[in-house]
Design a protein around this ligand. Sequence first.
Ligand SMILES: *Cc1c(COP(=O)(O)O)cnc(C)c1O
Length: 433
Amino acid sequence: MAAAELVEACWREVEPAWRRVDELALINQRRVLAAFWSEQVSAADLAGSTGYGYGDSGRDKLERLYARVFGCAAALVRPQVVSGTHALRLGLFAALRPGQHLVIATGEPYDTLAAVIGLRPAASSLAAWGVTVSVVPLRQGQVDTAAVLAALRPETKAVLFQRSRGYSARPSLSVAALAECMQTLKAKRPDVALLVDNCYGELVEDQEPTHVGADLVMGSLIKNLGAGLAPTGGYVAGRHDLVELAAEQLTAAGIGSEVGPTWATQRVFYQALFLAPHAVAQAVKVNILAAAVFERLGIEVTPRWHEPRTDLILSARFGQPSALLAFCQAVQEAAPVDSFVHLEAAPMAGYEDQVVMAAGTFIQGGSLELTADAPLRPPYIGYLQGGLTWEHGWVALERVAQALLQAGVGRIHQSPVQPSFPVNPEIEREHRV
Ligand SMILES: *Cc1c(COP(=O)(O)O)cnc(C)c1O
């Protein structure tokens, strides 16, 4: 069986799972559209502002749209937020003050947060500011609520959850799983702010952490909610007081969210939010198909193709650097931009290991676009994410399968990939606004 037939055979297998992805996209599209209707978005809102950005009603309206989509009180959605890490920094410094204590409930956080928090020494970290931190590891891939409760101190003022796996071997956490722990914490300690690193999770399920008790979520616009269109930006959404404190971290005390020009991004941010449910669904479809292809090649993946998704990341365990590099190189060669580039692992700001990145993207580092990356460390797990269209994912997977077969990394297993996907999946159709 050649690579092209392999991908087609896998598609036949995963088609019922793809249909479920479309159903979720429809639920999320309804919620996004309802927000546009409620806020009466008009052409004038799309114009953008310059200078200070005072009186930018289109910007304020977009932030109310986000708040509606997230089912929360307020949001800050700005091109001046340069990345997810930046958004997370704003949220953490908003929720905590010197002398207070942070608990991380989902184990070691994403690589770039180590310096932000102070788990790796940094002059501008939370720790250097006088905030102490406890990291509670996951237990068998789930939040250890008893251990999180035990880690709380009188001066604990925030608990941080990370929804997506990041560059780790742990599973991603569903909104329902987070909800369970968050509700217990809320009951015991209503004074503790519950923060969620929502990177890669937006619109993958039919609800967001803010629908089930999170006080603040943070993420990047060159991931899900940017729909592949937003050229930069990040967001913070949740409780009104926390969002305003985050705005003061971004700008200045006393100024907060009142300033911030949107001259080049306003229309695009609106358009991106409108398109995001569909764009995210495309990436999830690519993720499911890729899992099936890897499984057939005998490469261990998580999540497996039939398992539910809560983010856009597929981890594939290659076991050796050469296989990992062959995989990334094939994704690069299938990209619309820089397909001719030869990849090499290199050091990168914020990351401890050398990193290899296949990122032939229109937006630099945009990872709702089809990308593959990995820190170069055992057991050589590669992370595949994004895909603006399932068609691009399909073509890229043909190339990946071809490259891996040629490199002798995988071989095609003839047996069925998995027991078939459960028909009639229980999808919540409730319309949350
Ligand atoms: C992408 C990501 C971040 C932030 O990364 P940036 O590159 O700064 O946008 C944080 N946490 C997780 C889990 C992520 O996937």
